[in-house]
Design a protein around this ligand. Structure first.
Ligand SMILES: [Zn+2]
Length: 440
C-alpha cells in the first residue's frame, strides 16, 4: 500500500479532484465512502465538508466554491468528497499512561466524574479555575479511552495551547504516538491514537474520533463560531463524546448544562490549594502613556524592578504596546524585556526566553491571556477598560499570576481611566470563586 494512502485514513474528508484514480479505488476498497460536495435538507443546501449553508446562486457555474471552508482547498460544484474509513486499530501499550504524578483529592473527583461521563457517552464540561491543573485531570480519561482502543482528539482554538500541550502529553503517554496538526505545521497528517490539533483542523474530519477534548472552549476563534462548533460535532463518532475544558465557560455551554445536555464538574481550587490572586484596581487620572509612562504606572514598575520581581504587561493593542516599549527602554535602559503579539513570528522563542528568566518583563497583547504558565510574575493590565479586554480576558489574564505553590500570592494590577462593568464583573467573579473554594 502506498504510504500516502495510509495517511488519508481515519475519517478524513478528501476532495477526489486531488486524488488519482488508483488512489480513489484504493481508498474505496479500504472502506471509504464517496459523497457529493453539496447535500440537501428540505429546501436548503449545505457544504458536506463544513456544513455551512450554501446559496446555490453562488454555484451557478463550475468556478464557484464554498467560501466558508476555502482555506482547506476549494470545493467546487460537482466535486465529490471521499470520507475515509475511520475504523483504525492502533497498537496501544498495556499501560498507556506513563505519568507518575498524583492528583489532589479534588482533582481526582473531577477526573472520575469525567471518566464516567465518557463511559455513558455523555458530553461533559470541566469548569476549572486557571491553575487548577486541568491538563493532568484529563490524563485518566485519555488513559481509559486508549485502553478501550478508542481514538482521541485534543483540540484548542489556539495554536499556542496546542504547542504547549504536545510535549506535556507526550511525556505523560510516552509510548503512544501523538500527532500534532495545525495550519502552520510542517508535518502532514497521519493517523495516530491521540491527535492534538487546532479546532479548525476538525473541519477535515467526519465521524473520526471517539473522544474529543476541547480545551479553552471559550476562546477566540471558537467562541461564537457556529461552523467550528459544528466541526467538533461532525468529527466525533455517533457513539463518541466531547469533553470541554474552561476556566471561563461561555453562556451557551452553561445553558446546555442547565438543560442537562451536558454534565458538569466544577473545580474551584487551584492545585496548590491557594486562592486566585484578586486584582488590585488603579484609577488613572491621565492616559496610561502620559509623559512617556503615566507616573502611577511608572511608580509601580519602579518598585517591581527594584525588588527584582518579573512582570507581564498586557496591552489592548499592538501600537500602544510598542510605544510603551520605547518609553520603558528609555526609562530603564538596563531592563531586559521582550514584546510579543499575534503578528510576531518570533513569539514562541520570546515566550521561552521569558520562561527561562532570560528576560525580566514581557509586554504582550491578549495573545498570552491564557495557555501560558510562568513562575513568580506580577501581572499588570494597562488600559483594562479597553474593549479588547472582555470580562473573560481579564479573568484569564489575572489567572497567569500565582500559579506556583511558592509564589501563590503573585500580584495582579488593573490600570484604567474608567471603572467599567466588565472590570467590576471580572473582579467579582474571582472573589466569588475564592469564596466557593473555601466553602467546599
Ligand atoms: Zn464548506
Amino acid at each position: 500500500m502506498e504510504k500516502n494512502i495510509k495517511e488519508l485514513l481515519g475519517g478524513r474528508i478528501v476532495n477526489t479532484r486531488v486524488l488519482t484514480n488508483q488512489q480513489i479505488s484504493q481508498l474505496m476498497s479500504l472502506g471509504s465512502k464517496k459523497y457529493p460536495v453539496i447535500y440537501q435538507e428540505g429546501s436548503q443546501y449545505f457544504c458536506r465538508r463544513c456544513l455551512t449553508e450554501i446559496d446555490l446562486a453562488d454555484f451557478h457555474d463550475q468556478k464557484m466554491y464554498c467560501r466558508a471552508c476555502l482555506n482547506f482547498g476549494k470545493l467546487r460544484k460537482g466535486d465529490e468528497l471521499i470520507i475515509t474509513n475511520s475504523n483504525l486499530s492502533f497498537h496501544i501499550p498495556k499501560t498507556p499512561m506513563t505519568w507518575q504524578g498524583q492528583l489532589t483529592n479534588l482533582q481526582d473527583t473531577v477526573a472520575q466524574e469525567t471518566k464516567s461521563a465518557f463511559q455513558k457517552q455523555q458530553d461533559h464540561l470541566i469548569w476549572a479555575v486557571t491553575g487548577a491543573g486541568k491538563t493532568e485531570i484529563i490524563y485518566p480519561l485519555i488513559n481509559e479511552a486508549l485502553l478501550q482502543n478508542k481514538r482521541v482528539a485534543i483540540c484548542s482554538p489556539r495554536v499556542d495551547v496546542c504547542l504547549e500541550l504536545q510535549p506535556r502529553l507526550q511525556q505523560a503517554f510516552r509510548n503512544v504516538p501523538i500527532g500534532l496538526f495545525h495550519g502552520q505545521s510542517q508535518t502532514s497528517y497521519f493517523p495516530t491514537p491521540i491527535m492534538i490539533s487546532t479546532v479548525h483542523q476538525l473541519i477535515r474530519f467526519e465521524s473520526a474520533f471517539d473522544l474529543i477534548i476541547v480545551d479553552e472552549v471559550d476562546s477566540f476563534p471558537l467562541a461564537g463560531d457556529e461552523m467550528l462548533h459544528q466541526a467538533i460535532y461532525k468529527a466525533k463518532k455517533d457513539s463518541g463524546s466531547i469533553t470541554y475544558l474552561s476556566a471561563t465557560p461561555p453562556v451557551e455551554l452553561l445553558a446546555n448544562v442547565k438543560t442537562k445536555k451536558i454534565s458538569l464538574s466544577k473545580l474551584y481550587q487551584r492545585f496548590h490549594g491557594h486562592p486566585l490572586p484578586e486584582p488590585q484596581t488603579h484609577l488613572l487620572l491621565k492616559k496610561s502613556q502620559f509623559l512617556g509612562i503615566n507616573p502611577r504606572i511608572k511608580k509601580m514598575l519602579s518598585s517591581l524592578i527594584k525588588s527584582q520581581t518579573r512582570f507581564m504587561l498586557f496591552f489592548p493593542r499592538i501600537p500602544e504596546m510598542l510605544q510603551f516599549a520605547v518609553s520603558l527602554q528609555k526609562k530603564w535602559p538596563n531592563l531586559k524585556f521582550v514584546t510579543v503579539s499575534s503578528k510576531d513570528s518570533e513569539r514562541l522563542k520570546k515566550v521561552q526566553q521569558f520562561r527561562e528568566e532570560r528576560a525580566s518583563a514581557i509586554l504582550t497583547t491578549t495573545i498570552l491571556e491564557r495557555g501560558v504558565t510562568f513562575h513568580k510574575v506580577a501581572v499588570i493590565v494597562i488600559d483594562a477598560d479597553s474593549e479588547e479586554f472582555s470580562k473573560t480576558a481579564l479573568i484569564q489574564i489575572a489567572g497567569r499570576a500565582g500559579r506556583f505553590k511558592d509564589a501563590a500570592d503573585d500580584l495582579v494590577h488593573f490600570f484604567y481611566q474608567y471603572y467599567d462593568q466588565k472590570i467590576k464583573s471580572a473582579c467579582c467573579q474571582i472573589k466569588q470563586i475564592n469564596q466557593q473554594a473555601v466553602n467546599k
